[in-house]
Design a protein around this ligand. Structure first.
Ligand code: E4P
Length: 218
């Protein structure tokens, strides 16, 4: 399963890329707003694309088909890693189809139902982003949606990749992997949480303490 980092923070992206742990990045307008104040956003996007060897989702701001397509063309022109992100609306699906016909890759975002995911695949999206955590937040079952999308995509051979999004904790990542999501986009904090286990820390402390008794170095 591919791991994408869900952030526009260049420091976080470089830290994870340096460890060789990420396959791409996803951004959204809220994430960019956190770090982009006073910055040239096109330049920020270019630096993010250069920091990672893989797809970087950059989202349109327009809500009508025509403007989404023209924004999408601009975003795609920033870097070969750029993937245009559009919302899962009627106009977004039409813009997706238009951009795909021009040879661009599209991530259809803000997916909350299996019927929406079906239409994203029909529109030729490279990725669909179901928002697991936000469904859980309103007492739904986000992972159930990932299950259902996996099933319909497999039933009919759709090649759109399921990009599990709105990930809140390590078990979301584990469950998405068990179901067979193609990718998971995760915040930096959750990425590093994946590496943690108290028995690892305890075991290491004991090893180092015992070695200390030898009074020597390697
Ligand atoms: C997906 O691409 C979005 O950027 C993201 O996963 C949204 O997550 P949130 O619900 O934590 O804002």
């Amino acid at each position: 399963m591919k791991i994408f980092l869900d952030t526009a923070d260049l420091g976080e992206i470089r830290r994870a890329a340096d460890a060789g742990l990420i396959d791409g990045v996803t951004t959204n307008p809220s994430l960019v707003a956190k770090v982009g104040g006073g910055r040239d956003i096109t330049e920020l996007y270019r630096e993010i694309c250069e920091a990672v060897d893989g797809p970087v989702s950059l989202e349109v701001i327009a809500v009508d088909r025509e403007t989404m397509v023209s924004e999408g063309r601009k975003l795609a022109a920033i870097h070969e890693n750029a993937v245009v992100k559009v919302p899962l609306t009627e106009d977004g699906l039409k813009a997706c189809r238009d951009l795909v016909k021009e040879g661009h890759r599209v991530n259809v975002t803000l997916c909350f139902s299996v019927s929406q995911a079906l239409l994203a695949a029909k529109a030729g999206a490279s990725y669909v982003s179901p928002f697991v955590g936000r469904i859980d937040d309103v007492s739904g079952e986000g992972m159930q949606l990932i299950h259902q999308i996996r099933q319909i995509y497999d039933n009919y051979g759709y090649e759109t990749e399921i990009l599990a999004a709105s990930i809140r904790h390590p078990m979301h990542v584990v469950e998405a992997m068990l179901i067979g999501a193609d990718c998971c986009t995760i915040p930096s904090g959750v990425l590093w949480q994946l590496s943690k286990h108290p028995l690892t820390d305890k075991g290491l402390d004991a090893f180092l303490k015992d070695w200390g008794g030898l009074g020597t170095t390697l």
